[in-house]
Design a protein around this ligand. Structure first.
Ligand code: ADP
Ligand code: MG
Length: 353
């Protein structure tokens, strides 16, 4: 409380930095926003490079639709988006990953941000810099089609925030999880990640999930993956009735497992989500083939009618809320179990239902 206990109005800069903190928590949240923007911009290639876990530098480069000078000037302002016009658009259902129009502005408020961008087919590029929320320069530049965004000195002007960032390795682990999940969700996009000048992984963008898993997790994991493809369309499997229209993706051989939950990656209608419901159902399908506290590798996309799931519970946490979580769990477990059984990797006496 202030000294005299009076209520006062906060100045604009303070409000802006507090608001930015809601969007930008750590380097991984910056990476998430930038990668989503690249995917929304129809990129076929997205390259992410970070320095010191992202604390010193984050660069995301894409070959997407790019922006004109007028567009990039607008894009870094508050609440500006090209993705929806009004609440009706939002209620009609958004197909883009972003729509809030706050990320670039928020990132620019708490870092030194450089955008270099050229529209597809455009004859010139623009380089725009923002420092601590102020646009400090806009100039023409020669650059390839697409957009490159560089974020330096994250939280340089919010020292309390900067102090709470973890060690480089921990911050990078968050970045890696995130970029991995987008790479696996978009096998048709060539996604690359680099840390302090060393390549972590690079997918080919050939559209094949198996090859994306190979690029990200390596041959030993990829070779034993089993395909899951349940849609209740009566092709011999016994996918039960329920909220899901289908479950598809890859799960690992039971012997390929880890002590971390991180390798069960789940999507809802192609959108990356975190869901303990789904993860637990996957683990359950392995029955006693997995030791306690061991987890398989899995990349699973659940398809279901958009109105039976809320994926926007929280913009940052990627949580998901199912209208019928039990029904979802039952279908996921059955789909994975059937896939493992089909490959002879489970005893058919595994407990069911
Ligand atoms: P949102 O994604 O919610 O629209 P952002 O602040 O993340 O809000 O981005 C603002 C706008 O800037 C986007 O709507 C888009 O028009 C433009 N933009 C941002 N990043 C890119 C990019 N990589 N390529 C092309 N346009 C972009
Ligand atoms: Mg965005």
């Amino acid at each position: 409380m202030s000294e005299d206990g009076s209520i006062r109005e906060l100045d604009g800069k303070t409000v802006e930095r507090i608001a930015a903190g809601e969007v930008v928590e750590r380097p991984a949240s910056v990476v998430k926003e930038l990668v989503e923007n690249s995917l929304d911009a129809d990129a076929t290639r997205v390259s992410v490079a970070v320095e010191s876990g992202g604390k010193d530098g984050i660069r995301v480069e894409d070959d997407g639709i790019g922006m004109s000078e007028a567009e990039v000037r607008k894009a870094v302002e508050e609440h500006t988006t090209s993705k929806i016009r009004d609440i009706e658009d939002l209620e009609a259902g958004v197909t883009t990953l972003g729509f809030r129009g706050e990320a670039l502005h928020a990132i620019g408020a708490v870092s030194r941000l450089t955008v270099e961008t050229r529209p597809r087919g455009g004859d010139r590029g623009t380089r725009l810099r923002v420092e601590g929320g102020e646009v400090t320069s806009v100039e023409p530049t020669g650059c390839p089609e697409g957009t490159t965004i560089e974020v330096e000195d994250l939280f340089y002007n919010v020292p309390a925030r900067r102090k709470y960032l973890k060690q480089d390795g921990t911050e990078f682990a968050h970045v890696n999880d995130l970029v991995t999940s987008y790479a696996l969700a978009n096998p048709d996009v060539a996604v690359a990640l680099e840390h302090d000048g060393r390549e972590t992984f690079a997918t080919t963008g050939d559209g094949n999930l198996q090859s994306a898993v190979l690029s990200v997790y390596g041959r030993d994991v990829a070779k034993g993956m089993v395909s899951v493809d349940a849609d209740g369309a009566g092709d011999g499997d016994d996918f039960p009735e329920g909220p899901l229209d289908g479950v598809s993706g890859l799960v690992s051989h039971p012997e390929t497992n880890r002590a971390s939950r991180e390798y069960v990656t789940t999507y809802v209608n192609g959108r990356y989500v975190r869901s303990a419901t789904v993860r637990d159902a996957v683990v359950e399908a392995y029955g006693n083939q997995l030791a306690p506290d061991r987890y398989p590798f899995a990349v699973l996309d659940l398809s279901l009618p958009a109105d039976t799931v809320d994926v926007n519970v929280h913009p940052r946490k990627m949580e998901v809320r199912f209208a019928d979580a039990e029904g979802v769990a039952e279908q996921v477990r059955t789909a994975v179990e059937d896939a493992l059984l089909r490959e002879g990797l489970l005893r058919s006496s595994a407990p069911r239902g």
